[in-house]
Each structure stands twice: as C-alpha cells, then as structure tokens.
Design a protein. Structure first.
Length: 165
C-alpha cells in the first residue's frame, strides 16, 4: 500500500541514487573533488602501518567468521520453534565463542607487550595457532612464545607458532 511516507521515501531514495551515479560517472567532477589544483603535491608519500596486511586480514576474517556464527546462534535463540535443549546448546556455544575471542585478544596483547611483535592468535579447541609478524625466524623466540601461551591455560594445549613477514 502506498502512502505519503512511502512515496516520499522512494522519491528521496531515487534522487540520492541518481546523484550518486552522476558523481561516479562524471570524470570532471571526480577531478574537482579529489584534487586541489592550487595545492602542491609532495613527490613521495609515505604510509606507515602498525600491522602487516596479512595479520590484519587474518583478524578481519576471524571477526567475520565469529560474527556469522553469532548471528546463526542468535537465530536459534530467538526461534520460537526450537526446543529448550537446542536453545541451551546455542547459549553454551555463544559463551564458548565469547570466551575464545577474549582469550585470543588477551594472548595477542600479552605477546605484543612481552615481545613487541604484532601477532594473530586463533584458538580452536585445544589447538592454538599464533602468527607473529617478524622477519626474524628464531627457534628460541618461538619456544618462548609457546611457553608464554601455555602458561595462560590450565589444561594441555597444542601451540603452533609461524612467522609472517
């Protein structure tokens, strides 16, 4: 059913889309928006990053995976047709996800503070994968990182350390 609110919304939305396409398609407007012709442009621009692209990509991928799992669990929890047992299992899975994520972040922070390397940590049950952002591939460094991670757990865990440069 069309009413005044819907008509106004569709009209304004259509105008926004048309203007967006106009600004994207017109090369003269792009040049005017992004380049100040009066300003001098430095010959070389340097961009510094704190983390390597690989570490950042792993963290984004992990966060996206966790978000998908959380959304699936939330659907189970809000579904009225699911049994109490299914909802209870979903709630436990949600708690486990949150616990693992907080442990991963805690270990990442600990490695960063202790060894001053950017890193990525992924916990999968009793398997822990640590990726360290350094060109130095030292057996001693890997051993120290493994013991640091193992000290954070009461139970036996299997830790693997890889170096990403």
């Amino acid at each position: 059913m069309l009413n005044k609110k819907n008509v106004w919304f569709l009209t304004l939305f259509s105008i926004i889309i048309v203007m967006t396409l106009y600004y994207i398609a017109d090369p003269k407007i792009k040049d005017d928006l992004y380049v100040n012709k009066d300003a001098s442009v430095p010959e070389a621009l340097s961009i510094t990053t704190n983390e390597s692209e690989a570490i950042t990509a792993m963290k984004i991928d992990r966060d996206a995976t966790i978000e998908k799992e959380v959304n699936a669990i939330k659907e189970i929890l809000t579904d009225e047709l699911k049994t109490t047992e299914e909802k209870s299992d979903a709630y436990e899975a949600l708690k486990s996800l949150n616990t693992n994520k907080s442990k991963e972040e805690k270990i990442e922070k600990l490695i960063k503070e202790t060894y001053n390397y950017d890193n990525f940590v992924k916990i999968d049950g009793i398997k822990i994968k640590a990726v360290i952002d350094t060109k130095e591939h030292s057996y001693d460094l890997a051993t120290n990182i493994i013991s640091t991670i193992e000290n954070e757990f009461n139970e036996k865990v299997y830790v693997s350390v890889t170096f990403e440069a």
